[in-house]
Design a binder for this molecule. Structure first.
Ligand SMILES: C[S@@+](CC[C@H](N)C(=O)[O-])C[C@H]1O[C@@H](n2cnc3c(N)ncnc32)[C@H](O)[C@@H]1O
Length: 398
């Protein structure tokens, strides 16, 4: 099992490590071997049958999903994947509870908790209050008597879940995106950066590393991740301000930031909140600033089978807005937020942890050559072989 490299990680016993390794290994088996069986079932049984019946191949992710549902390979894959997901949380929650005193002691000693700007009047939106997102019991919300719990469980759980593919401190997305932005836009020097929907700030911190002079802010609606994340950031020597805010109405003045960043965030919002966030991002950016979102790519840009594969979490992992988001056009979201069509950009970045800084630099150079708005085929950003992160957003007109 990969260990987080910061002092908020709980002390592990041999059994904890074995359980974590087992669950990561089980997930790897599902996402590689069983996913391979799924593809083979599609190619050899499901797609030919569909072709025979309809005289054409499935044209959308929904058609593939409908056709695959009865296939035994899909049933095995889905049953195992749901079970593995619950095992992720079961493997870490007892550890966090057992190590509570140490966790609270370390967090308090950082002095970072009092600096978190919590909003006692904030009404937690239904997409957070009403769901066990990712099948995580209680979702992002902390138990009243243990405010750090949900943040700690998320940090540990994501470590088990990601099988080492998200970097030592789960910051590969932030690191890869920041390296890409530096490489692709060398003249862009953001003085103020905002990460929205930061959870524990794992992908916020690389922006402070990439732009050490920048004033970096991280926001989320869920207090637990913010408290835990503030201590986690302090322990890694990163000066980041954490705020509890709803992305629909972010309490910063107009034109306050040069870069607004999100990562794996948009798919957890209702369409209404998502639209409001794009307007907020536009309002908050200075002219010449950049909105950048890391997400899974839209269904329109992947083959129907890949779309079906990526839609899975929407139906079986308590992420009900996922498909709705991926059915939207990223370009349209930006345009509706107030960004000009010509200022749209999107790209795919290879994971810096897996492929190295040179590969990210090459992607930045290739993107410049390809022109904005073009991505390479077959790069889906999913967590299996060949980890690539999809990014899209827009510049605010200067
Ligand atoms: C999947 S997590 C994002 C993870 C993180 N950004 C990363 O890079 O992995 C989604 C986060 O969005 C937050 N969230 C959901 N709705 C929100 C809203 N309306 N405003 C702000 N944060 C919200 C949740 O509390 C959760 O922490």
């Amino acid at each position: 099992m990969l260990h987080l490299q910061h002092a908020m990680r709980p002390r592990h016993q041999a059994g904890d490590i074995a359980r974590g390794r087992f669950v990561s290994g089980f997930r790897s088996f599902i996402l590689n071997d069983l996913a391979g069986d799924l593809r083979a079932a599609y190619d050899t049984r499901v797609a030919p049958e569909f072709q025979k019946k309809h005289g054409r191949a499935p044209a959308s992710s929904s058609e593939v999903h409908k056709a695959m549902r009865a296939d035994p390979a899909f049933k095995v894959y889905s049953a195992c994947r749901v079970r593995a997901q619950t095992m992720v949380w079961d493997s870490v929650t007892p550890v966090v509870n057992r190590e509570r005193a140490a966790l609270e002691y370390v967090a308090a000693a950082t002095g970072a908790l009092d600096a978190v700007r919590l909003d006692p009047d904030l009404v937690t939106p239904k997409n957070v209050a009403g769901l066990d997102v990712h099948l995580m019991p209680g979702g992002y919300l902390a138990a009243d008597d243990f405010p750090l719990a949900a943040g700690a469980v998320y940090d540990q759980g994501l470590t088990v879940f990601s099988m080492g593919l998200m970097g030592q401190n789960l910051d590969d997305i932030g690191q890869s995106m920041a390296a890409y932005v530096r490489g692709a836009f060398p003249d862009f020097a953001p003085a103020a950066i905002l990460d929205v929907g930061c959870t524990v700030g794992h992908n916020t911190l690389p922006w402070k590393t990439a732009y050490p002079d920048a004033d970096v802010h991280a926001t989320d609606v869920a207090a637990s991740g913010l408290l835990y994340g503030a201590a986690r950031a302090k322990l890694q020597g990163k000066d980041v301000a954490f705020h509890q805010m709803n992305a629909e109405a972010l309490a910063f003045p107009d034109a306050n930031f040069d870069l607004v960043f999100t990562s794996m965030f948009l798919h957890e919002l209702s369409a209404k909140t998502r639209a409001a966030f794009f307007k907020e991002a536009h309002r908050l950016l200075r002219p010449g600033g950049l909105l950048l979102n890391m997400e899974l790519p839209p269904n329109s840009q992947v083959a129907p089978f890949d779309g079906f594969y990526l839609d899975w979490d929407c139906f079986y992992n308590e992420e009900p807005f996922y498909k709705g988001f991926r059915d939207q056009e990223p370009r349209d979201l930006c345009r509706a937020g107030g960004f000009a069509e010509a200022d749209y950009l999107q790209f795919v970045v290879p994971s810096i942890g897996i492929y190295g800084a040179d590969a990210v630099a090459a992607a930045a150079a290739a993107a410049a050559a390809r022109g904005p708005g073009a991505i390479e085929d077959g790069k889906t950003g999913r967590l299996a072989e060949g980890v690539q992160w999809f990014g899209f957003g827009a510049w605010k007109a200067a």
